[in-house]
Design a protein around this ligand. Structure first.
Ligand code: ME8
Length: 502
């Protein structure tokens, strides 16, 4: 037997200072679709998500609620897990930066780098955004009413001046440029160029990786100086090692690490390339295989954010579209790596109604009802209408290329929708309800349904399982799916999958 290919996929670990919203679901659902797809094609898949629980932002959020940070994050983590459950997220581990094994990894990494002389003591001062947990330079921040403001959150920055420890990021300039220029890690390519330009265009400065405990006490203690806690980003990035047993199972770690795919939003590109690749090099670990970067969801002209007052709640989406599949499909359909996407209820409603309720749902219902009425529920045929089924085979090929090689889930779905549209046109033109024996026509349609639901399986798993069960369709590897002749299908019922919204 061929050994399974590993596939390791991660999302950012989110700050649990507030509930997740559509922006977080955007990344998490996309990564879930890739994880499910890779499981279906036979890869040994590991999907990691989690929460980033330390630092000033969480410390303050807990203070505001009058509870300890640990109590606060525990309650928020339950909310995150609940939402990911409601959205059918098939993660293999939910990593928390307060987990014991993670704390060990962070202390170990800091110790190794310190011993190598890559961490040293110093002072810093600068304008800090607590929401981003990062410093902004004069070329980056916005001046509003004569005060520096965060370019993302548009809130006033805080002047911060204290002693710290630095990581020698500057030493990795040549390594980083070489890596970024010669390896196809960052995808889409324009984001790779953005990082290269930033490294070339400005001096690559060492970064502060510690905070004095008296100011930020909610964090992992620096192993070589107990007066400091580790900076949240240094702490958080290492979760990707914790998740696959970096310290406790070297063999397992090596296996999954060789196929690492980090999915991130473009806001955290710098940390996941320049900073992270240098940290990995400092630990003698290869860079990830891919960093898949997506753009923002925009609402009312601004990036959707926890603190911007324009967050679309996952709960509201689930309430409106009634199923996790509905929400998952909409996210996948608006998903865009390269470009920001403006969302609105009318956009989501129209995709949902025309693609899920009409194009997919109606076809399934009609095919099911016709097979039951005209053929007493049992379908077989020795002949088939090739003009339609050839299109199904083409869609399989295109879908696999788009999703498996180019990560273009939205375009891949449009292929399936195109096929279903053809099938709907076919049913209207052959009018099986008027034929005395519509076996050939309904069999042709059933093969199209089989192909379509197999391709849609990673995106809308519950609906697909329902159709497969009702129509006795076998689900399989999307790479091998093809039109068959001479099979028998027994149709138990004709499910109604998606009710229209108004
Ligand atoms: O940055 N559009 O956590 P975070 C698209 N803890 N994606 C969005 C989005 C939007 N409007 N809003 C949020 C952190 N996201 C760190 C990560 S990883 C080692 C540490 C998604 O809670 C997107 O994936 O601020 C973005 O990168 C992430 O949420 C930021 O989540």
């Amino acid at each position: 037997m061929k050994p399974e290919t590993p596939f390791y996929i991660t999302t950012p670990i989110y700050y649990p200072n507030a509930e997740p919203h559509l922006g977080h679901a955007y990344t998490t659902v996309f990564a879930d679709i890739l994880a499910r797809y890779h499981r279906l094609i036979g890869d040994d898949t590991f999907y990691l998500t989690g929460t980033d629980e330390h630092g000033l932002k969480l410390q303050r959020a807990a203070e505001a609620k009058g509870v300890t940070p640990k109590e606060f994050v525990d309650s928020m983590v339950a909310i995150y897990r609940n939402f990911w459950g409601l959205l059918n997220i098939s993660y293999n581990r939910f990593v928390r930066t307060t987990d014991e094994d993670h704390i060990k990894v962070v202390k170990y990494a800091a110790e190794v780098m310190y011993r190598k002389g890559l961490i040293y003591k110093g002072n810093y001062s600068g304008w800090y955004c607590v929401d981003c947990e990062k410093f902004y330079s004069a070329s980056e921040y916005l001046m509003i009413d004569g005060r520096p403001h965060c370019p993302i959150h548009r809130k006033p920055l805080e002047w911060t001046e204290e002693s710290t420890y630095y990581f020698r990021l500057s030493e990795f300039r040549e390594y980083l440029l070489n890596l970024l220029k010669n390896k196809d890690i960052v995808y889409p390519k324009h984001f790779r160029q953005e990082v290269i330009n930033k490294i070339v265009g400005q001096e690559l400065l060492d970064i502060s990786i510690a905070r004095p405990k008296e100011r930020v006490w909610w964090g992992i203690e620096l192993p070589f100086d107990k007066n400091y806690t580790v900076y949240v980003w240094f702490d958080a990035l290492l979760n990707y090692l914790t998740g696959i047993n970096y310290l406790s199972d070297k063999e397992r770690f090596r296996r999954y690490w060789s196929s690492t795919h980090h999915v991130i939003g473009k806001d955290i590109l710098w940390f996941h390339t320049a900073v992270w690749f240098a940290m990995l090099k400092a630990l003698d670990i290869d860079p990830p295989k891919k960093v898949l970067v997506h753009s923002f969801i925009i609402n009312k002209g601004l990036k959707m954010g926890k603190s911007s007052g324009n967050a679309v709640r996952i709960e509201d989406l689930l309430g409106r579209y009634l199923s996790s599949d509905g929400v998952r499909y909409l996210i996948a359909r608006i998903f865009n790596l390269g470009k920001d996407v403006e969302v609105s209820t009318s956009l989501l409603d129209s995709i949902y109604n025309s693609e899920l309720a009409d194009n997919l749902g109606n076809l399934i219902r009609r095919v099911g009802v016709l097979i039951k009425k005209k053929l007493k529920g049992t379908l077989s045929s020795e002949s088939i209408d090739n003009t339609l089924t050839d299109k199904a085979d083409t869609a399989v090929h295109k879908f696999n290329k788009l999703l498996g090689e180019e990560y273009e889930i939205s375009t891949a779905l449009q292929e399936v929708m195109g096929l279903l549209k053809e099938a709907n046109a076919y049913i209207n033109s052959v009018r099986p309800w008027e034929l005395s024996d519509p076996s050939k026509e309904l069999y042709t349609l059933m093969e199209v349904v089989k192909v379509a639901i197999n391709l849609l399986y990673p995106v809308i798993p519950e609906s697909v399982s329902k159709v497969a069960e009702s129509f006795s369709i076998q689900l399989g590897n999307p790479l091998d799916i093809s039109v068959d002749v001479g099979k028998e299908y027994v149709v138990k019922e004709a499910p109604i999958l998606f009710k229209k919204v108004r």
